[in-house]
Design a protein around this ligand. Structure first.
Ligand code: SF4
Ligand code: SF4
Length: 56
């Protein structure tokens, strides 16, 4: 399982710094989560101002 960032993402970058396994990076128009690295901790969802990361 992994979290997925939806299209509400405003590319603020806040979540990337909070991810304990560096699974989040800037993508094309929004940030993206590497599903192979994500440990499903939910930290990104708690940080995001627009609730873009959600459990897959
Ligand atoms: Fe990183 Fe946790 Fe978000 Fe997965 S759920 S991308 S491990 S902060
Ligand atoms: Fe996008 Fe939310 Fe991450 Fe900011 S914190 S880059 S809005 S997913």
């Amino acid at each position: 399982m992994a979290y997925i960032i939806n299209d509400e993402c405003i590319s603020c970058g806040a979540c990337a710094g909070d991810c304990p396994v560096d699974a989040i990076s800037e993508g094309d128009g929004k940030y993206v989560i590497n599903a192979d690295t994500c440990i499903d901790c939910g930290a990104c969802a708690g940080t995001c101002p627009v609730s873009a990361p959600n459990p897959a």
